[in-house]
Write a protein of this length. Structure first.
Ligand SMILES: [Zn+2]
Length: 367
C-alpha cells in the first residue's frame, strides 16, 4: 500500500497553495503579515462563518478563534472538516494528504504513476467519490460588489505591454481594463454572466511583486479586498454568452488576458472565449457553460511543458485527462494540443498570431 508522506506534502504546501484551497472552499481568504485570515469554514458552511480562522505561515497551522472544540489544526485536518461540512464525505488523514498531494502534484509524478498500479483502493475510493458529482444544478449567485469602486481606477494610462502583444484598445475598453497606480497593477474586473461586478483582479507590472506573489492578485483598495473564489465564475462569459449559445462552442483559456487576445484577433462580435483563471475548471464553471447551451468545451490551456514526455508534460496531460473524465458526460470536451510546438513554453495558444491559433484550434483533439 502506497501512502503519501504527510511531512513531505506539508512542507511543499506553501502559503499560496493554502490560500488557493481556502479560496476554493469559500473561505474568502486574505493575506496578512502573519499568514492568512479566512472565514471559519472549519465549522461553518461557506458564507456563514466569521473571520476568525487564522493561518500562521511560521507554524503551518490554522487556529479557529471561535467554534472549534480543538482550535488548532493543519491544512489536512481542515480538509477533513470541509469535506464533512461541504461535501458530506468522511476523509481519513491518508485520504486528505493524498487529495492535496494529487491536486497540486506535490509528490512528483513518478510516484503518482507508480501508484496507479499499486492502488490503495480504500483511500482511492474516497478521492474518487469526491469527483463523482452531477454537474447539473451547480448554480451559484455571487453577491455583487459596489461597482463605483471601478470609477476610482485610471483608464487613461495606455497599457503598453499589452498593446505590444496585440491586444486592441477596443478589447481593453470593452473589458473595462484599468490601472491602479499605487500598486502598479493592471486592473481586471470580473463580471458574472448577467454583468454584475463580482471581483477585481490586479496583474502586477512590478517584477519583484510578480515573483513574490504571482502575477495575478486580488486587488486591495482602501483595505477592502475584491476577491472571490475564482472557480465560481467564468471570466468573460458576460461578453461571449450569446455567441456561445449560437455556436454551441466555448473556448476556455487559463487567463483573462487570453480572452482579450481572442477578441482582438476575431472581433468582439465573434467572441466565444472565457477564462477559468487557473488550470482547473470547476463544476460551477461548467454549469455556466451548460446554462448557455454550450455543447463543446474547448480547453485551451497554456503550454506548460517544454518537451513531450517531460515531467511537466505528464502533469499537464494528467490534469486534462482528469477534467475530461469529470465532465465528458455533461459536455463534449476537446483539447488544444500543440503537438508541433508552434507556441513557446508557457504560452497560451492565442499568444502569438491568429493563424497559429486557428491551426491549433482546427487540430484540437478529444481524449
Ligand atoms: Zn472553527
Amino acid at each position: 500500500m502506497t501512502t503519501y508522506d504527510k511531512k513531505e506534502v506539508r512542507e511543499k504546501l506553501n502559503i499560496d497553495l493554502v490560500f488557493q484551497l481556502l479560496e476554493e472552499w469559500g473561505g474568502n481568504p486574505m493575506y496578512m503579515d502573519y499568514g492568512i485570515i479566512s472565514d471559519t469554514i472549519c465549522h461553518n458552511p461557506p458564507g456563514e462563518g466569521s473571520r476568525k480562522l487564522y493561518y500562521y505561515k511560521n507554524t503551518g497551522l490554522f487556529h479557529c478563534y471561535t467554534g472549534c472544540a480543538e482550535p488548532s489544526f493543519d491544512p489536512f485536518e481542515l480538509l477533513i472538516k470541509v469535506a464533512r461540512i461541504q461535501w458530506d464525505k468522511e476523509y481519513d488523514l491518508n485520504a486528505a494528504v493524498r487529495y492535496i498531494a494529487i491536486k497540486f502534484g506535490l509528490a512528483g509524478y513518478s510516484e503518482l504513476e507508480e501508484q496507479d498500479s499499486l492502488v490503495d483502493w480504500k483511500t482511492f475510493d474516497a478521492y474518487d467519490r469526491l469527483q463523482d458529482f452531477e454537474v447539473k444544478d451547480y448554480h451559484v449567485v455571487l453577491k455583487p460588489y459596489d461597482i463605483n469602486i471601478l470609477t476610482r481606477l485610471n483608464y487613461k494610462v495606455r497599457i503598453k505591454p499589452w498593446e505590444d502583444e496585440g491586444i486592441t484598445r477596443e478589447a481593453m475598453r470593452n473589458a473595462v481594463i484599468g490601472y491602479f497606480p499605487p500598486t502598479a497593477q493592471i486592473t481586471i474586473p470580473h463580471f458574472d454572466p448577467s454583468g454584475n461586478f463580482v471581483g477585481l483582479r490586479g496583474r502586477t507590472l512590478v517584477k519583484e511583486d510578480a515573483e513574490r506573489y504571482g502575477k495575478y492578485r486580488p486587488m486591495v483598495i482602501n483595505r477592502k479586498q475584491y476577491n472571490r473564489p475564482l472557480g465560481m465564475n467564468l471570466y468573460n462569459l458576460n461578453n461571449s454568452k450569446d455567441n456561445i449559445k449560437k455556436t454551441g462552442i466555448a473556448i476556455v483559456f487559463e487567463s483573462e488576458k487570453s480572452t482579450l487576445h481572442y477578441q482582438s484577433f476575431f472581433g468582439i462580435d465573434n467572441d466565444i472565449s472565457v477564462a477559468c483563471c487557473g488550470s482547473n475548471i470547476s463544476m460551477y464553471q461548467v454549469q455556466q457553460l451548460l446554462d448557455y447551451d454550450a455543447h463543446e468545451m474547448v480547453i485551451a490551456f497554456d503550454r506548460q511543458w517544454q518537451e513531450k514526455n517531460d515531467e511537466e508534460y505528464k502533469h499537464w496531460i494528467k490534469n486534462l485527462e482528469k477534467l475530461n473524465d469529470r465532465y465528458k458526460n455533461d459536455i463534449s470536451v476537446s483539447i488544444i494540443y500543440d503537438r508541433d510546438m508552434l507556441t513557446g513554453y508557457k504560452d497560451s495558444p492565442i499568444d502569438l498570431t491568429k493563424e497559429i491559433f486557428l491551426k491549433l484550434f482546427k487540430s484540437r483533439v478529444r481524449l
